[in-house]
Design a protein around this ligand. Structure first.
Ligand code: ZN
Length: 158
């Protein structure tokens, strides 16, 4: 199996069996923020809720729950996002976010680091297609937005 077929298989698998899908908790819980992002070029939409939990070492991503509509790439990337950030300290999750962003903005020239991105490496193929990059980044941008809102509100310390 060539690399592109393997990547497509990983994306299809997350699309068919999304991890962490569905909204959990309530949007106005302490430490929670909810955002709605759309990708008008493709018609993808995501409603995403982030809950951060305070620890002595700083806030941890307690849960990321979401409802996603749209193409297989946008929905699969939400599932991969869930796998990669839930349970991590916010700073570590932001570092993974940056790594994914670098991959997606690399026009296919960035070699993905499987240690960091796990199934996220499958989007290396998508990075070659500028029109689809926004699909892959939709939920990731929504996650960063919601996380920044919780942190700005000091909500992770409540
Ligand atoms: Zn799309």
């Amino acid at each position: 199996m060539d690399l592109d077929s393997l990547y497509q298989e990983i994306i299809l698998d997350h699309y068919k069996n999304p991890h962490g899908k569905g909204l959990r908790g309530t949007a106005d819980d302490a430490g929670t923020a909810e955002v709605h992002h759309v990708n008008p070029t493709c018609g993808d939409e995501v409603t995403l809720r982030v809950h951060l939990r305070p620890t002595d070492a700083g806030p941890v991503v307690d849960d990321v729950s979401y409802d996603a509509l749209g193409c297989s790439i946008s929905q699969a990337s939400a599932s991969v996002l869930y796998d990669l950030v839930v349970g991590k300290p916010v700073d570590d999750a932001l570092a993974v976010h940056q790594e994914f962003l670098t991959l997606m903005q690399g026009k296919g020239a960035v070699e993905p680091d499987e240690e960091v991105l796990e199934d996220g490496i499958a989007f290396a193929g998508v990075a070659k297609f500028p029109a689809r990059v926004k699909c892959a980044l939709l939920s990731w941008m929504a996650w960063k937005d919601a996380t920044a809102q919780v942190v700005a509100a000091g909500g992770e310390n409540r």
